[in-house]
Design a protein around this ligand. Structure first.
Ligand code: ADP
Ligand code: ZN
Ligand code: ZN
Length: 766
């Protein structure tokens, strides 16, 4: 099988199940709701004003839920039936399943149930008075898992909202949000299951707490006026409010977060702190541990990210649930961690693309964080030097409160940004004489230099000089990238499907031996600079050099400790790192991103360049940034030169408004993947025509634009051919209304189609 995303709705022919009845049912009621999102006053949904996700009017379905029998009837009808439960299971079917239980089960508890021939862990989301199928057809819960208290109501509401908003079956949202050991039936029923993962963890935790060592406390710096003002606003917030901390790089946003967190902790509440990258967690973890170990006690911090082993992940999640952890620092997946005493959510670098999950439930952790804060009636703090245009326009409209920090915390000037017009320059391996000269000068002064190139590998393509053949992936419509490997033969690697092959000794087309790398990646630049500056210590940080666990941390430590003179890196080096001695940043091929098709490309380029430029001169004056470009007049570069996010945002928003692009409209993207492009296109055409076939089911279709299906830019990946269909509306409620019906019809249509499909709400890349 090709390696396509595993979590697309696949049709369920494998289980002995009755024909599913399609429903857009999610549990009608989740008990004891404290706050119902739908109960709150909401502003009118005007076409123009962008709305954040929390303004999306969230109404629970009033349709009668229809549930499916998980299997044929259980004929031993004599068993006692204390209660009926409606269970969410991780199966790609938009339905819930009813069971009976001899034991009383609470909503939010996990149960092991028979499903077809399997035993699965599911979660009880409702206790209906009567099952939706014949009582005699009900099967019984095999085991009630009571090693955890029922999941909190607000957690269930978050799951329910995510399922509804992102158009996924509830079970496919709830179950993957639990740590793996909690959703495996054999973790409880297997031979070596013993008392189960939670009890085992509890034993380990009891032993562990005794061993924690006291950390030296770190004293916070006294805040600058702007920091102080920002903190004062945040801590004064009553109930829900979203703050957008717009602070230039080096302005000390972290300190603002820490003070706000401190305040919330001292009121006995938990704090959720989201960061975009795993690489950033160790630095932050150390800082937080040192800062809070005095007030909160040692070890009251937990860290949660996808790089953790199952057991570690369970531990952090469990400590958040029990309230043992007062602060949870994590990447996007941490947004679904249960935190019963949650009082504040912080989203650092809120514009970052890593907050968007790219498969399965394609959620935005930032958006869910905002909804969660809204639902719990608590403040959320978003921060960035280059906020997303969505958030910026919310602030423009007063939905978010903007808190600006315009000066650097440590009185150093912003680096000077210079554009190097490369149109008439002779470049040496893509590097201009200006950059080489500046590097030399900085190195002579003992300063560090960062060379930024967003392309890993040695060269993006291998080419035959005599016939023009270029290296191509056999499974994708993409070039293969040349990678040099120390001590091994060079390889051609496809960056789309991951396929590796050796570099051919001769041209596969004409037999010539004159094969040359074309273009440059980080490996080649590293090699070139090593020749050019033989005395400099060079390190390269990209996805290849940091593949091994711990290697990224090690490399960054070397840089921080001044053991590296020249750092060559991709976007991995741009974020959050505080390099003390960096005097020069050189950006080599920014233009590559300038003309990308995606309408967000300029925004992303600008953010990335601001980030990378912001690494310079954080502790020293007189630093500079050199950006090589063939297009020095582009607004992105002009704004960068002036460090002018505000000007850039205004320009970009005007352009978006003129074209009715987000945030002035809302989008969803349907992607189909098939063996043949024609199949994918055919499915999308069918999908596009669904509303016309049943207009009465689509009351808002008049406010929806359905574009034509088009092939993806890289059509074939791993022998799967892909096409997409964009759906757009200026009204979020209209789009949501449309999608909830469409997703049901798509599921039905998808059963007979020869393609897999995925539906993404608020796509980040189109
Ligand atoms: P940002 O995330 O806004 O780019 P950081 O939070 O990384 O900036 O802060 C930049 C540097 O300034 C850090 O080294 C931090 O320790 C320091 N810093 C922050 N606030 C202060 C302050 N009030 N006084 C002195 N130094 C500060
Ligand atoms: Zn050839
Ligand atoms: Zn490939």
């Amino acid at each position: 099988m090709p390696t396509v995303s595993t979590s697309l709705p696949v049709v369920c022919a494998v289980w002995p199940l009755p024909q599913p009845v399609f429903t857009n049912v999610l549990p009608k009621v989740i008990h004891n709701r404290e706050v119902t999102a739908g109960d709150r006053p909401r502003g009118p949904a005007s076409g123009k004003a962008p709305e954040d996700i929390s303004r999306f009017s969230f109404k629970l379905s009033t349709d009668k839920p229809v549930s499916l029998s998980p299997d044929q009837a259980d004929t031993s009808a004599t068993m006692p039936r204390k209660c009926y439960v409606r269970v969410a299971l991780d199966v790609p079917i938009p339905a819930l399943y009813d069971y009976c239980s001899a034991q009383v089960v609470e909503v939010g508890q996990r149960v092991i149930v028979p499903f077809g021939r399997r035993e699965m862990v599911g979660m009880v989301v409702e206790r209906p008075a009567a099952p939706a199928i014949e009582a005699t057809q009900l099967r019984a819960v095999s085991q009630v898992l009571d090693d955890l208290p029922p999941m909190p109501d607000d957690w269930l509401r978050l799951m329910e909202f995510a399922a509804r908003y992102y158009q996924r079956p509830l079970g496919e949202v709830i179950m993957p949000a639990l740590p793996a050991p909690l959703r495996r039936a054999h973790a409880y029923t297997g031979k070596r299951a013993g008392t189960g993962p939670v009890r085992r963890l509890e034993k380990r935790l009891q032993k562990a707490t005794a061993e924690l060592a006291e950390l030296p406390a770190s004293v916070p710096p006294s805040l600058t006026d702007e920091q102080f003002a920002a903190v004062a606003e945040i801590v004064a917030a009553q109930g829900h409010k979203v703050f957008l901390v717009h602070g230039i790089t080096g302005s000390g946003k972290t300190e603002v977060y820490l003070h706000a967190a401190q305040d919330m902790l001292s009121r006995g509440r938990q704090v959720l702190f989201l960061v975009p990258e795993i690489n950033l967690t160790p630095q932050l973890e150390t800082l937080l541990q040192a800062r809070f170990s005095q007030t909160e006690g040692v070890g009251r911090l937990a860290v949660l990210h996808s790089g953790l082993a199952d057991g570690e992940r369970l531990k952090a999640w469990y400590r958040a649930l029990t309230g043992d952890a007062r602060i949870l620092v994590g990447t996007r997946l941490a947004v679904t961690a249960p935190m019963p005493e949650l009082g504040l959510i912080i989203v650092d670098e809120e514009h970052d693309a890593s907050y968007k999950q790219q498969d399965g439930l394609r959620y935005s952790a930032r958006d869910l964080a905002i909804w969660r804060a809204y639902d719990r009636d608590i403040p959320a703090v978003l921060g960035s030097a280059t906020p997303s245009l969505e958030s910026w326009s919310h602030a423009d409209q007063g939905r978010y409160q903007r808190l600006s920090i315009t000066k650097r915390a440590q009185a150093t000037a912003m680096p000077e940004v210079k554009l190097v017009d490369t149109r008439r320059l002779r470049l040496d391996q893509g590097v201009s004489p200006h950059v080489l000269t500046a590097m030399e000068a900085r190195l002579n002064e003992g300063e560090q230099v960062l060379v930024f190139l967003n392309r890993r590998g040695y060269a993006p393509v291998l080419r035959c000089e005599s016939c023009g053949w270029v290296s191509q992936c056999s499974r994708c419509t993409a070039h293969t990238v040349l990678h040099r490997r120390p001590g091994r033969r060079a390889a051609l690697q496809c960056h789309h499907c991951g396929q590796h092959s050796f570099v051919p000794r001769a041209c596969p087309c004409c037999g010539d031996h004159d094969l040359k790398p074309m273009g440059r990646g980080t490996q080649r630049i590293e090699e070139f600079l090593a020749e050019r500056f033989p005395h400099a210590r060079i390190a390269r940080i990209d996805a290849d050099s940091t593949r091994l666990k711990g290697s990224a941390e090690r490399l960054f430590t070397q840089v921080h400790e001044g053991e590296v003179d020249i750092l060559v890196g991709t976007q991995m080096v741009a974020k959050g790192h505080d390099f003390a001695n960096l005097g020069l940043v050189a950006v080599l091929n920014a233009d590559a991103m300038l003309f990308a098709q995606d309408f967000r490309a300029p925004e992303r380029l600008f953010a990335q360049l601001m980030q990378v430029a912001g690494r310079a001169g954080r502790r020293r004056a007189g630093s500079e940034v050199l950006v090589q470009t063939d297009y020095p007049d582009q607004p992105v570069y002009r704004a960068l030169q002036r460090h002018d996010y505000v000007g850039f945002a205004q320009y970009a928003l005007e352009e978006r408004e003129a074209l009715a692009l987000p945030p002035y409209s809302y989008q969803a993207l349907l992607v189909a993947e098939g063996k043949q492009l024609a199949d994918s296109i055919e499915f999308l055409s069918l999908a596009r025509d669904l509303p016309a076939a049943a207009p009465e089911s689509y009351p808002t279709v008049g406010h929806i634009t359905l574009y034509d299906p088009v092939p993806l830019r890289i059509v074939r990946v791993a022998n799967v051919e892909r096409a997409q269909l964009l759906v757009e509306s200026v009204s979020r409620p209209a789009l949501q209304r449309f999608l909830s019906q469409w997703s049901v019809d798509l599921f039905r249509a998808g059963r007979d189609a020869r393609v897999r499909y995925s539906l993404e709400v608020d796509p980040f890349e189109i």
